[in-house]
Write a protein that binds this ligand. Structure first.
Ligand SMILES: [Cu+2]
Length: 402
């Protein structure tokens, strides 16, 4: 397929494989997942507005079912998304004309079972960066001047530290199979962010650093505590204070997401490249809808990104951000010889989780380090390590006592 290769546009290949694999769920069991590339969510595609996307889906010979790929970033006949059988491969091309965040998902077997395939893990996002880049961020502040309170708006460069958070639900039988009956009643059995319940909450290493005791939990729900869980051990999201942070949010599921950050205000909400709101407490993201949230974390501290639906929070939709050095660890890390000078976030020590970090784009600030985290098979772990991500389960035991 030529895919406009002589058109003067950049052609970006997006090659994915449809594969059924077993992956863990909270509580120590596994479920029968369906995936793009053995990871949930599937790999994130990042392109610039105007690029050609050349999507190739391959289904291995030994895969149990057909799959398709419907990319919402495209504007082409839905016939392109038709499923293909095991042993087959299919390519389609489109121009990514509209900037923003766009879901992609399996289209089932000629549309049958699409619910099962998507809700078992076959979803992901394409980020289409605006051709002229993102906008600088304005943050509402006040100051006192000559005894009077006045506006003191702060402006931040368009470059930002970026994360991706994808919301969904699981509908499972006790045996870990898809439960269509539960789905039709909207009785989900788990709420997942990037495929996992409570995947970004403290673990036993944080317990030890902050409480001095690995066994003393510092958060209400810590289901992925142990280093032995390797890529599935929960990790935290680290940001600096006074830093422009950009979140790419997608709702891949069946329930609304009331996106809120406990302790913060969303300084700006964008869809496509158009501002939807600014200075808002919560933003509603419906099914197959997205939002780009820009904000600055004002104070050193701990903040929780949630779906502010209590049923969702308590079943998994709580994502913990740590801004700056609220626990005064810098001096202890220097004394222990882990650091030579203070750092503006713990990402310099532990990194940010690989599945929460999108590929670099037009206005991305590079993360200081990235650790291997996510609902992925060991084969994908090897790829992440080869790309430079840190396996914390190997590194943490080698650190000196802190
Ligand atoms: Cu499928």
């Amino acid at each position: 397929m030529t895919c406009l290769s002589n058109s003067g546009r950049e052609v970006v290949e997006f090659n994915v494989t449809g594969e059924s694999v077993e992956l863990p769920i909270m509580g120590g069991k596994t479920y029968n997942a369906m995936t793009f590339d053995q990871q949930v969510p599937g790999p994130t595609l990042r392109v610039t507005q105007g690029d050609v996307v050349k999507m190739t889906l391959t289904i291995p010979d030994d895969e149990v079912t057909a799959h398709g790929n419907d990319m919402h970033a495209s504007q082409i006949s839905a016939a392109a998304f038709e499923s293909i059988n095991p042993g087959e491969s299919k390519t389609y091309c489109y121009v990514a004309e509209v900037p923003g965040v766009f879901k992609y998902h399996c289209s089932g077997v000629k549309l049958i079972g699409m619910d099962q395939h998507v809700l078992s893990g076959m979803y992901g996002i394409a980020i289409v960066d605006p051709i002229d880049g993102y906008k600088k961020l304005m943050v509402e502040k006040t100051a006192v001047e000559n005894g009077k309170v006045v506006k003191d708006r702060q402006f931040y460069d368009a470059d930002a530290l970026e994360f991706q958070l994808q919301y969904n639900q699981l509908y499972l039988t006790p045996e870990g199979n898809y439960d269509a009956g539960a789905m039709f009643k909207h009785h989900n059995t788990a709420t997942v962010v990037n495929g996992m319940q409570f995947g970004y909450v403290p673990n036993e290493v944080h317990n030890a650093l902050i409480k001095g005791d690995a066994k003393k939990n510092i958060f209400v729900a810590q289901p992925w505590n142990s280093l032995e869980l390797k890529q599935y051990q929960s990790q935290l999201l680290y940001v600096e204070n006074d830093q422009h942070v950009r979140l790419f949010i997608e709702n891949n599921g069946n329930e609304p997401v009331f996106f809120h950050i406990v302790g913060e205000i969303l300084d700006r909400v964008t869809q496509g490249n158009r501002v939807q709101s600014a200075g808002t407490e919560t933003w509603l993201v419906g099914g197959s809808q997205n939002a780009i949230v820009d904000l600055v974390f004002d104070e050193p501290g701990v903040y929780a990104g949630v779906n502010h639906d209590y049923a969702a929070i308590y079943t998994g939709a709580a994502t913990v951000f740590v801004a700056g050095d609220p626990f005064g660890l810098n001096q202890r890390l220097i004394d222990a010889g882990v650091l030579t000078e203070p750092v503006p976030s713990y990402a310099y020590v532990l990194g940010n989780p690989s599945d929460a970090v999108p590929p670099m784009g037009k206005n991305s600030i590079a993360h200081p380090a990235i650790n291997v985290h996510g609902l992925m098979t060991d084969k994908i772990v090897e790829q992440k390590i080869a790309e430079g991500a840190i396996p914390l389960w190997e590194v943490v035991p080698t650190l000196p006592p802190i």
